[in-house]
Write a protein that binds this ligand. Structure first.
Ligand code: C2E
Ligand code: CA
Ligand code: CA
Ligand code: CA
Length: 281
């Protein structure tokens, strides 16, 4: 029994050791990925539903891992958040997004998006020079501040409202806009809408999934749209996958939407060539 117990322990220890090494390996590969230029910027259209025209884009990161191919954020953002690497990734994405959209606006103003939004994980709010980073991205690329939207999730914003409100106010003084991402999923009070300076609400995809055929869901979305519009905010509904959902949203008062039905995230070159060849409806 004793020998057996020892054996189990050794197996356990070896497995722990392997997992630890694996994690360290992953971490260093991710760290190198940032410096080796293996991150990729993908853009997903945000469309004006009344005209079906592109109005904005959301910047979504991908990792072109030479060993495993193109990785979605779900495969590496959690590790990046645990290790603090996320602030480097978000900094890179912000500059890349600003540069890309500025170039697009310069070369084809008629098809270029009016704004680009970037995602900021919680850790960014603890970066002392965050406002300088944003200012640097704008100054370095020449993108107009009102064309940049910073997306933060409800849960991030709620963590310490007083501190967060101050930081956001600082960034808004630069002229950039603030969006609440995944709006409605935080199970929080709406009090922060009073205290936090925001410009855009992004209604979470979970509100859209069961929309068609469900009266209550529809009234809820209608109410969110009205609340946002009454407060003078832009409201973007996420996760539109079907034409039925889109038609319904229009009747509920939706103006801006994003989702696979309207366009998947893709590299800027393919998005631009698609927009150039597909005639406007
Ligand atoms: P998110 O900010 O809520 O971004 C929207 C996600 O929903 C994207 O997934 C997008 O591809 C997906 N999506 C868009 N339309 C549809 C649809 O119609 N149906 C479905 N099922 N999904 C749709 P993605 O690109 O895998 O990103 C996942 C999450 O990773 C993002 O969620 C965001 O939280 C995070 N993320 C992505 N890029 C960055 C980044 O540069 N920095 C940080 N900090 N987080 C990022
Ligand atoms: Ca987002
Ligand atoms: Ca979202
Ligand atoms: Ca999300």
């Amino acid at each position: 029994a004793k020998a057996h117990g020892k054996n189990c322990y050794q197996v356990f220890e070896t497995r722990m050791h392997e997992q630890l090494l694996d994690r360290l390996d992953q971490e260093s590969r991710l760290r190198e990925a940032v410096h080796r230029g293996e991150l990729r910027l993908h853009l997903q259209p945000v469309v004006d539903v009344t005209t079906r025209e592109l109005r904005g884009v959301e910047a979504l990161v991908r990792w072109e891992d030479p060993e495993r191919g193109l990785q979605p954020p779900g495969a590496f953002i959690p590790l990046a958040e645990e290790t603090g690497l996320i602030t480097e990734i978000d900094r890179w994405m912000m500059i890349e997004a600003c540069r890309t959209v500025r170039e697009w606006q310069e070369s084809s103003p008629e098809t270029a998006p009016h704004w680009v939004s970037v995602n900021l994980s919680a850790a960014n709010l603890e970066v002392p020079d965050l406002t300088d980073r944003v200012a640097y991205a704008l100054a370095g690329t020449g993108l107009a501040p009102e064309c940049l939207v910073l997306e933060l999730t409800e849960t991030v914003l709620m963590r310490d409202i007083a501190v967060t409100a101050g930081r956001l106010e600082e960034m808004r003084e630069l002229g950039v806009r603030i969006a609440i991402d995944d709006f409605g999923t935080g199970y929080s009070s709406l009090g922060y809408l009073r205290d936090i300076p925001v410009d855009v609400l992004k209604v979470d995809r979970s509100f859209i999934t069961g929309l068609v055929g469900h009266q209550r869901q529809q009234e809820l979305v209608r109410a969110i749209l009205q609340l946002g519009h009454t407060l003078g905010l832009k409201v973007v509904v996420e996760g539109i996958e079907t034409e039925d959902q889109l038609d319904l949203l229009i009747t509920l008062g939706c103006r801006f939407a994003q989702g696979y039905f309207l366009g998947r995230p893709e590299p800027v070159a393919s998005l631009r060539s698609r927009l150039a060849t597909v005639p406007a409806p």
